[in-house]
Design a protein around this ligand. Structure first.
Ligand code: NAP
Length: 465
C-alpha cells in the first residue's frame, strides 16, 4: 500500500444496496491506497434494489450482475445491514457520527406525476406500482390489479419501463411461470382478459425513449402483435432534420424499426400492442367512480431554446375507452431528512457526486451515486462509471478527514446502536439464508425462486423474530 492514512481506517457507510451502491462498495474495496471498512445499509432485508424489485421477471439474464455483487459482499472489510431504514432506525446525523464518509445510493423511490385531471382515479396507477407488484416488492405486494375485468390498458410514456409493463401485460402468463415472478401476480396475469395495450408516446418515433432491443423484443412476441400506423411512423419535418443533425445511433435504429413494423401487415393475435406517437393523455375520465375512458390529444413538435424537439397539444382531442392505465413517465427521488434536496430534478444536489449545500459548497463527508446523484436515467451498467467518479472524489477527500476522530468512531460500532434500538437487522449471511430458502421454496413449482413478499415473513423465515 502506498499511503495508508496514518494507518487509520476510514469508515464508510453506503445507504442503498442497488447497483450504484454495490458499484461504489466495489470501487472502495478495490483501491489499494487507503484502508477502508464499508457498511452497506438497505431499508429492506434483501439487497440489490431494482435488480430484485425492478428488473422484469422475463429478463433474468440482466439479474446475472448479482454474481458480481455477491463477490463484493464476500470481502473482509464489508458488512451488510439490511432492514435498517435511514430516517426510522438511524438518522443522517447518527450515520455522520458513526462514519467518516456517507454515500447515498438511495435511487429514486417515487415516480413522476403528469399533473392532469383524473390521475388519482382508481384504475390509474404508476408503472412503479405495477412493476413492484409483479416483482413481489414489500411496498407493493398488497396491491390489486383487476386484470380479469380489463380489456384495454393505456401505458403512458414509451421508455423501457413502459416496455416492461406492456410486455408483461401482453405475454402469455405461462411463459413467466418458471421465473421469480410473485405467485399472486402470476395468478392475476393468468386471469387477464386484456386484448389491447395502448402505448402512448408524447413525441415522435425519433424521440422515443425505448431502446431498439426492447421494442424488437415486443415485436417478436408470438402471442401479441405490435401495431404502428404508417401515418404515426412517418417523421415530421422537424424530427427529420433533428435526426439527421443530432440523432443518436439508437434513435436512427428506433426510427428504422418503427418504419419497418408500420409497413408490415398485422397478424391476427389474441392481444394487440398499439404504439401511438405524438399523443398525450390530457384527462382520465371515470365511469361509475373508476377509470373508464381517457381523453387524448394529438401533439406537434416545436424546437425549444436548446434545439430539442418538445411536444405541445394541437387542440385535436378525442376520447377512448380504457379500463386500466399505467403512467410510466419516469421515477423521482424523495427528500431525506437532514440532507439538501433539489425539488426540480428530485435528486440530491451534488457536483460529480460530492453533495453541496445551497451555497454550492461541498458538505464534507457526504456523497451520492446512481439515480440519487444524476436522476432516473441509464442502464444498470451506467452506474459503474458513475460510482467510480464519486469514489475517486471520496478518496481525494480522505486526507482532509485527518482531524476527525476515526478511532472513536471505530469503537462506537453501529451494531451496538442498532441492537440498543432493537432493530432486527439482516447481515449478509442472513440474506444468504433467506436466498436459499426462497430458491428451495421455488423448486416444487419449478420456479427460479418463490420470493417472500413482506418483511415480517422474511424475519420469521430466518428465525430472527
Ligand atoms: P424514461 O426512459 O425517461 O422514459 C420516460 C417516458 O415518459 C418517455 O417516453 C417520456 O417522454 C415520457 N414522459 C415523461 N413525462 C411525460 C408526460 N408528462 N406525458 C407523457 N409522457 C411523458 O424512463 P423509464 O422508462 O422510467 O426508465 C428509466 C431508466 O431505466 C431508463 O434509462 C431506462 O432505459 C432504464 N430501464 C432499462 C430497462 C432495460 O434495459 N430493460 C428496463 C427498465 C428501465 P419524453 O421523452 O418526451 O420526455
Amino acid at each position: 500500500m502506498s499511503s495508508l492514512q496514518d494507518h487509520k481506517t476510514t469508515r464508510i457507510a453506503v445507504v442503498g444496496s442497488g447497483p450504484s451502491g454495490f458499484y461504489a462498495v466495489a470501487a472502495l474495496l478495490k483501491q489499494q491506497d487507503h484502508a477502508v471498512k464499508v457498511d452497506l445499509f438497505d431499508r429492506l432485508p434483501t439487497p440489490y434494489g431494482l435488480v430484485r424489485g425492478g428488473v422484469a421477471p422475463d429478463h433474468q439474464n440482466i439479474k446475472n450482475v448479482i454474481r458480481v455483487y455477491e463477490k463484493v459482499a464476500s470481502h473482509d472489510s464489508f458488512r451488510f445491514f439490511g432492514n435498517v431504514k435511514v430516517g426510522r432506525d438511524l438518522s443522517i446525523d447518527d450515520l455522520r457520527r458513526l462514519y467518516d464518509q456517507l454515500v447515498l445510493a438511495i435511487g429514486n423511490e417515487s415516480h413522476r406525476t403528469m399533473g392532469i385531471p383524473g390521475e388519482d382515479l382508481p384504475g390509474v396507477h404508476s408503472a412503479t406500482e405495477f412493476v413492484g407488484w409483479y416483482n413481489g416488492h414489500p411496498d407493493f405486494s398488497e396491491l390489486e390489479f383487476p386484470l380479469a375485468r380489463t380489456r384495454r390498458v393505456a401505458v403512458v410514456g414509451n421508455g423501457n419501463v413502459a416496455m416492461d409493463v406492456a410486455r408483461v401485460l401482453a405475454k402469455k402468463a405461462d411463459s413467466l411461470a418458471s421465473s421469480d415472478i410473485a405467485d399472486y401476480a402470476l395468478a392475476t396475469l393468468r386471469s387477464s382478459t386484456v386484448k389491447e395495450i395502448l402505448v402512448l408516446g408524447r413525441r415522435g418515433p425519433a424521440q422515443a425513449a425505448f431502446t431498439t432491443k426492447e421494442i424488437k423484443e415486443i415485436g417478436q412476441l408470438e402471442e401479441a402483435e405490435l401495431v404502428i400506423s404508417p401515418e404515426e411512423a412517418a417523421l415530421d419535418p422537424l424530427s427529420s432534420s433533428w435526426l439527421d443533425e443530432e440523432g443518436s445511433a439508437g434513435a436512427h435504429k428506433n426510427v428504422d424499426y418503427v418504419r419497418e413494423r408500420s409497413a408490415a401487415t398485422p397478424r391476427d393475435c389474441e392481444r394487440r400492442l398499439l404504439f401511438r406517437f405524438l399523443v398525450s393523455p390530457v384527462e382520465f375520465l371515470a365511469d361509475e367512480g373508476i377509470l373508464g375512458r381517457v381523453r387524448l390529444e394529438k401533439n406537434e413538435l416545436f424546437e425549444d431554446e436548446h434545439g430539442t424537439p418538445r411536444p405541445r397539444g394541437t387542440g385535436e382531442q378525442w376520447v377512448e375507452e380504457v379500463d386500466l392505465a399505467f403512467t410510466a413517465v419516469g421515477y423521482r427521488g424523495l427528500p431525506v431528512p437532514g440532507l439538501p434536496f433539489d425539488e426540480r430534478s428530485g435528486t440530491l444536489p451534488n457536483v460529480e457526486g460530492r453533495l453541496v449545500g445551497e451555497d454550492g459548497a461541498h458538505l464534507p463527508g457526504l456523497y451520492a451515486v446512481g439515480w440519487a446523484k444524476r436522476g432516473p436515467t441509464g442502464l444498470i451498467g451506467s452506474n459503474v462509471a458513475d460510482s467510480n467518479e464519486t469514489v475517486a472524489h471520496m478518496l481525494e477527500d480522505i486526507p482532509s478527514l485527518a482531524s476527525t476522530e476515526t478511532g472513536a468512531r471505530a469503537e462506537s460500532d453501529v451494531r451496538e446502536e442498532l441492537d440498543a434500538k432493537s432493530v432486527c437487522w439482516f447481515s449478509f449471511d442472513d440474506w444468504r439464508r433467506l436466498n436459499e430458502i426462497e430458491i428451495a421454496r421455488g423448486q416444487s413449482d419449478e420456479k427460479i425462486r418463490q420470493k417472500f413478499y413482506n418483511v415480517d415473513d422474511m424475519i420469521s423465515a430466518v428465525d430472527k423474530g
